[in-house]
Design a protein around this ligand. Structure first.
Ligand SMILES: NC(=O)c1ccc[n+]([C@@H]2O[C@H](COP(=O)([O-])OP(=O)(O)OC[C@H]3O[C@@H](n4cnc5c(N)ncnc54)[C@H](O)[C@@H]3O)[C@@H](O)[C@H]2O)c1
Length: 263
């Protein structure tokens, strides 16, 4: 894969202090981009950034930002510009999971899932969109999920946000058409990250299974490749979508799911 095209590009990855976001950040930096990691947890963002070996001529920055807060998102984009340059590649990745049956799901938690994983990406897109179009180049990569294409019991807010962001991806792609800016979503299957590990106990409760049965019965049983994915495999897809070679790909929702979902 040619990655030269990411040289001197500026990448901003939200939720970049952990899991998939960190893997995407590492891969974009290795591919030559300047890198800003934004996360709600400032210390975690700083230490995550330090785990990525320095490369000559490439800048790195850690930014504190809460993706459920409009002003915080606008400050994040402005700080990225001040620290390492105007955003060329925006990765809307920050997210969290909440497992509960509809009857037991607090509306406030449903709202928070939507705020962080749908409204936040919209506001971040809004904050970078005009300058990307003016400069004639940009990549917006939204991290959806296979739960953006299929429902899963006990994940009402999460599935709603992840379906919604595919709609946002398509509209963004349409509004950017012929401007040099593309927008795509990646739909990962189950990836081995804290987000997946931390939900096993709640899934066990909801499905009335023993915790050790959940991985096999609720998750792997549906995955043709029968494995949890590595975060770096999602990172590779993000680098490709950010590259010059992906210029014709826009408005897509691409599964990286070990065959779990095929549409
Ligand atoms: N792990 C999976 O199997 C999987 C599958 C499909 C989609 N995803 C999506 O990938 C993304 C990353 O998930 P992950 O598995 O790496 O999770 P993770 O928990 O390892 O990382 C999520 C990061 O987002 C940050 N974050 C949470 N709320 C935030 C907020 N309000 N503002 C800023 N940062 C915030 C967290 O601090 C954390 O660093 C999420 O959008 C998730 O829905 C994950």
């Amino acid at each position: 894969m040619h990655t030269k095209s990411l040289h001197q590009k500026v990448a901003l990855v939200t939720g970049g202090a952990s899991g998939i976001g960190l893997a995407i950040a590492e891969k974009l930096y290795q591919a030559g981009a300047h890198l800003a990691i934004a996360d709600i947890d400032a210390d975690k963002a700083k230490s995550a950034l330090e785990t990525i070996p320095e490369r000559e001529g490439q800048k790195k920055a850690a930014i504190q930002a809460d993706l459920s807060d409009v002003e915080s998102i606008r400050r994040m984009v402005a700080q990225c510009e001040a620290d390492i340059g105007a955003v060329d590649i925006l990765v809307n990745n920050a997210g969290f999971q909440h497992v509960a049956p509809i009857e037991a799901c607090e509306p406030a938690i449903f709202q928070k899932l939507i705020d962080v994983m749908l409204v936040g990406p919209f506001v971040a897109t809004q904050a970078v969109f005009a300058q990307m179009k003016e400069r004639g180049w940009g990549r917006i990569i939204n991290i959806s999920s296979i739960n953006g294409k299929i429902g899963a019991p006990y994940k009402a807010g999460y599935c709603s946000a992840k379906h919604g962001i595919i709609g946002l991806t398509r509209v963004t792609a349409m509004e950017a058409v012929n401007s040099g800016v593309t927008c795509n979503a990646i739909c990962p299957g189950y990836v081995d990250t804290p987000l997946v590990r931390n939900q096993l106990a709640d899934l066990a409760k909801s499905y009335q299974l023993a915790e050790e049965e959940v991985l096999e019965e609720v998750i792997l049983r549906h995955v043709p490749q029968h494995r949890l994915l590595e975060a770096s495999e999602v990172g590779d897809m993000a680098v490709f979508l950010a590259s010059e070679q992906a210029a014709a790909i826009t408005g897509q929702a691409i599964n990286v799911s070990g065959g779990y979902v095929m549409h």
